[in-house]
Design a binder for this molecule. Structure first.
Ligand code: ADP
Length: 275
């Protein structure tokens, strides 16, 4: 499983990345964390990055690319990874494409966490308050002023990646304004639809409890059904052929969406394939 999480600061990339790590046994590559470690340990990269990060700017592409490239070469990256914070610019995305090509690896999906900008400041303030309560060191760039600069960098340099990956049929969008659990559920649904199967862990646990897919979907309730529709719509975007799209969409719908929604998705699939 190789996934990129894309979204502005405070969109929940870190939280969701950790959940993917636990669920799929892959590693999290957070460029922000890696750079913060470099700053804290005063490596040459850290010394270059320190002031830029404190001001909310972007560290030069070549520094970040080589940091990520080295990390991807390590054996634990073989099982897969979730990238959080990288790529952040079009040249970084191109470099990643090149890196993966060289390693004969394929990216499974780019998941965009879409959030209202107005909610981000509040989220970051909450994160700061929680870190203080836990006695953790607060990030120097988690202030309202620097957050404004980080958001500006996101808009100017990172948002173009939405277009970049959607053109390459890799982009899937999740509503990042929903509760954390619901965002996780949607991401999982998307990934299951893409893989065409459930992760062994969940399937096995359901089997143990004697619960079939239908029963599980019923138990998950109407919310899951709704998210199934979105996941299905997202899944269809990522597959090339009409037959493939139908197959995967119906697979996803079977997992929890309402029957009436199937018709809508079918229509959408048709329209997209025609276009
Ligand atoms: P957030 O996404 O919440 O702003 P991160 O922890 O991802 O925070 O990144 C913190 C800072 O590290 C960024 O503001 C930037 O200065 C630097 N950084 C992280 N990833 C990259 C990257 N891929 N390219 C350039 N700079 C980066």
């Amino acid at each position: 499983m190789r996934v990129i999480l894309l979204g502005p600061p405070g969109s929940g990339k870190g939280t969701q990345a950790q959940r993917l790590v636990e669920r799929y046994g892959i590693i999290q590559l957070s460029s922000g964390e890696m750079l913060r470690t470099a700053v804290a340990t005063e490596t040459p990269v850290g010394l270059k990055a320190k002031d830029i990060m404190a001001a909310g700017g972007l560290v030069p592409d070549e520094i970040v690319i080589s940091t990520i490239s080295d990390r991807l070469d390590q054996p634990d990256a073989k099982r897969g990874f979730v990238l959080d914070g990288f790529p952040r610019t079009v040249p970084q995305a191109q470099a990643l494409d090149e890196l993966l090509k060289r390693k004969h690896l394929k990216l499974d999906a780019v998941i965009e966490l879409r959030v209202n900008e107005s909610a981000l400041l509040q989220r970051v303030e909450t994160r700061v308050a929680q870190m203080r309560l836990r006695g953790e060191e607060v990030r120097v760039d988690d202030t309202p002023e620097v957050l404004t600069a980080r958001l500006a960098s996101y808009r100017a340099k990172t948002e173009p990646l939405i277009h970049y990956y959607s053109e390459r049929r890799k982009l899937l969008t999740v509503d990042g304004m929903m509760p954390i659990e619901e965002v996780t559920r949607q991401i999982n649904r998307i990934l299951h639809a893409l893989a065409g199967k459930k992760p062994a862990k969940k399937a096995a646990s359901r089997k143990r409890r004697g619960m079939g897919t239908r029963k599980a979907a019923k138990k998950a309730g109407p919310r899951a059904a709704k998210s199934g529709v979105k996941a299905a719509a997202a899944a269809k975007k990522s597959v090339k052929s009409r037959a493939g799209a139908r197959k995967r969409v119906s697979e996803t719908l079977r997992k929890g969406a309402k029957k009436s929604s199937a018709r809508i998705v079918k229509k959408l699939t048709k329209r997209r394939v025609k276009a």
